[in-house]
Ligand binder design. Structure first.
Ligand code: MTE
Ligand code: 290
Ligand code: MOS
Length: 712
């Protein structure tokens, strides 16, 4: 197998840098195609008194206005709980919620006409944040919790206790490709739908449901995304279902392409979280008791907020052993667009609570933070607070490696850091080291399944399709490697049915298993021909088998073995580990800072493609750093009274600051742990999509060190 493990370039890299790669918006449509522009709520919470589209319908080029009355099937859907309307009917519960669509023969005509639709509202009280929801008692009926040991007794017996509240803000996905979709009606109520989504199967299911047609009449295709990061796992469904209604009614192709400001206002973000913590610890800094009350800002519908809180509950330990722990979660019902999956899916929030707690304890006992981290770290074989055994625990290995390779101890002591800080009044440096552990598998057990379809053609070329979506993470490249010298086409529900969303970082594991299963079936059928004609080419073997009427196509399947889902003792198939060191320099007068050097060691098993994996680690690190140190959403709420309630003030790169080339660590050293096999996944590899995201936390803690130095 000299193909797997090689650092092949991303399969579409050349196409993408030459601008030849096709995205949903590039799909050529017939001349009778129409553009849809959403008419959305401008209120955070209000009754709809009247919607008047009469002027819009007179506007040039307009083919129609569509709202909840025009839905042929069901107007109420939702990926987990069916609690969301495709078109708002009586009440709007967030700014940006779709009330209707104007369709016209050009985007500009549709956009102009959409502004002519008049909506009259009667405002209702709005709840915008976790704090406001707690005051108002506005929650969804979710009450999962995890508990081990006896927290109350341990807190009472603790030498010292600390308590307080941690708050983490949301984050915009800022995928470069905004939400795009188009619906093409064919004969006899059949539809082909193209969309920028991580979950084509969900699009097929819900478009069929909203149109009232059987799913087998809807084929959902996705070639690639210009980024998803979780933001296109479920929120893309609603846009697509809305667009399907005029396409169905007018029997004409309809497309929709959101502008950046519409996308940021309408499609949900990373959940803001709040954690009320109580921690018991000894004088040397060992944590003996931990009590977390967690809240996330779920927005105006369930969406995935329950699974996100589940994953947060499962990650509040990070790499630390706490014998007495209780974590309980609540989902806050607010009038924000429903918050949704975002790289790490609640995990980064849980990991941050663990890190912030350890850091508070270190300050309280007056010890360097890294010592307290080491003091509390699990050992191999320990059991987590949710009772999963840490079978192969590589956090200490990653920690030791990155501490050595970054010369952390030396740099901390004589270092540039203390010496620099002694000589500089307004510029201060900080150094920090943080670990991570990330559970791999959907915590919803049934989602851990995957399909593939492999065809061998008579010219010897092989076509591989699988249920996973290429969003830039290199999945298709890895699958092609797994099937070796293969041409990958696109993701399509008529090739692989019922696919889970491409999420939870497990796609390489699962679709790898499915592709391997399909290839092995075909290989077995070709074996007799290989043996009979040992020196013939693959093409000749294939033709010999074909003439004997051997089936040259196979469906492959994979279901992750031995996992329990949330609530059991083995929700994760395995864990991914990593550790990182960052040195920053902060200008205390301007607040400007940059990362002088970052060192990362990530355990990715035996990488299927080390080049792609290093790219994932670099991207995850920078995206995590952006979340914790740069990006700030400003919603119209109590903290930002100058913004109309429920409106998003930061709706573009001019006001919402995401990391760019200038923010990447000046000296960025990423290493993949060597000799780290993983028996639990294909070719001994490990998931790499989400796990590195949390390592950006080391920049946050390095900046804290610099601020502490400035206040000495
Ligand atoms: N370039 C790129 N990398 C990415 C993403 C993306 O949208 N673009 N999504 C991330 C998220 S949220 C996940 S879950 C994984 C999904 O892909 P995988 O399951 O193949 O790892 O890729 C991660 N890396
Ligand atoms: C649904 C779901 N469950 C998970 O455990 N992790 C995820 N990432 C993105 N989506 C998911
Ligand atoms: O699991 Mo990623 O789509 S948040």
């Amino acid at each position: 197998n000299d193909v797997v493990g090689q650092p092949y370039q991303h399969m579409a890299a050349d196409l993408q840098v030459c601008g030849e790669a096709t995205y949903t918006d590039d799909i050529k449509l017939s001349s009778d195609a129409l553009w849809a522009i959403p008419v959305t709520s401008t209120r955070a919470h209000a009754k709809i008194l009247k919607v008047d589209a009469s002027q819009a319908l007179q506007a040039p080029g307009v083919a129609g206005y569509f709202g909840h009355k025009d839905v042929p099937g069901s107007n109420m859907i939702g990926p987990v709980v069916a609690d969301e309307e495709v078109f708002a009917s009586e009440v709007v519960t967030a700014v940006g919620q779709i009330i209707g669509l104007v369709v016209a023969d050009s985007e500009s005509a549709a956009r102009r006409a959409a502004r002519l639709v008049v909506v009259e509202y009667q405002d209702l009280p709005a709840v915008m944040s976790c704090e406001e929801a707690v005051e108002a008692g506005a929650f969804y009926s979710y009450a999962n919790r995890l508990e081990c040991g006896d927290v109350d007794a341990a807190l009472a017996a603790a030498e010292h206790t600390l308590e307080g509240t941690f708050k983490l803000s949301g984050q915009e996905h800022f995928y470069l490709e905004t939400n795009n979709c188009c619906v093409i009606p064919l004969e006899n109520d059949e539809f082909t739908i193209y969309s920028s989504t991580q979950a084509p199967a969900k699009h097929q299911k819900y478009v069929a449901h909203v149109l009232g047609v059987p799913a087998h009449k809807v084929v959902s295709k996705t070639k690639r995304l210009g980024g998803g990061f979780g933001g296109k796992e479920t929120r893309s469904i609603f846009l697509h279902c809305a667009v399907a209604v005029p396409a169905h009614a007018l029997r004409r192709p309809v497309k929709l392409s959101l502008d950046r400001d519409e996308d940021m206002q309408m499609t949900g973000q990373r959940h803001a979280f709040m954690c009320q913590y109580k921690v018991g610890h000894t004088s040397e800094g060992r944590i003996t008791a931990l009590d977390y009350k967690l809240y996330n800002n779920a927005g105006n519908s369930w969406d995935l907020s329950a699974a996100i809180m589940d994953r947060c509950l499962l990650h509040c330990d990070n790499v630390y052993k706490v014998d007495n722990m209780r974590v309980a979660g609540r989902l806050c019902r607010t009038n924000q667009a429903s918050n949704t999956a975002f790289r790490g899916f609640g995990g980064p929030q849980g990991l941050m609570f663990a890190e912030m707690t350890v850091e508070q304890v270190a300050r309280a006992v007056g010890r360097p933070v890294h010592e307290v981290r080491e003091l509390n770290m699990y050992q191999e074989g320990d059991v987590t607070h949710f009772k999963q055994v840490l079978e192969v625990f590589r956090a200490p290995t990653c920690w030791k490696e990155v501490k050595a390779s970054s010369q952390y101890e030396e740099r901390m002591k004589q270092a540039r850091v203390e010496a620099f800080n002694a000589e500089h009044r307004w510029r201060k440096r900080g150094l920090a080291i943080t670990p991570t552990k990330f559970g791999i598998s959907f915590t919803t057990k049934f989602m851990n399944q995957a399909g593939a379809l492999v065809h061998v053609y008579l010219d010897g070329s092989v076509l591989v399709s699988h249920g996973g979506v290429e969003m830039g993470q290199g999945l298709h490249t890895k699958m092609a490697q797994v099937a070796a010298q293969v041409f990958i086409s696109e993701t399509s529900t008529d090739k692989v049915p019922n696919a889970s969303p491409t999420a939870a970082s497990a796609s390489s594991d699962m679709y790898g298993g499915a592709v391997l299963d399909a290839c092995r079936q075909i290989k077995e059928r070709l074996l007799p021909y290989r043996e009979r004609f040992p020196d013939r080419s693959f093409k000749e073997i294939v033709n010999a088998a074909y003439l004997d009427r051997v089936d040259l196509s196979a469906h492959g399947f994979y279901a992750t073995p031995d996992i329990t889902g949330f609530g059991g003792v083995r929700p994760f198939n395995y864990f991914a580990y990593g550790a990182a060191v960052a040195e920053v320099e902060l200008d205390t007068l301007t607040g400007d800072w940059h990362v002088l050097r970052a060192d990362v060691v990530m355990d990715v098993g035996n990488p299927l493609n080390p080049a792609i994996d290093i790219g994932q680690v670099e991207g995850g690190f920078v995206q995590g750093m952006g979340w914790l140190c740069m990006e700030e959403l400003q919603w119209g709420d109590r903290q930002h009274p100058w913004v109309r309630p429920g409106h998003l003030f930061t709706k573009g790169p001019g006001t919402y600051k995401i990391p760019t080339a200038n923010d990447i660590p000046v000296d960025f050293r990423v290493a993949l742990l060597r000799d780290a096999p993983n028996t639990r996944a294909i070719h001994s590899s490990k998931a790499v999509g989400e796990p590195p995201f949390h390592l950006g936390a080391c920049v946050f803690f390095a900046l804290k060190e610099a601020v502490y130095a400035a206040r000495k």
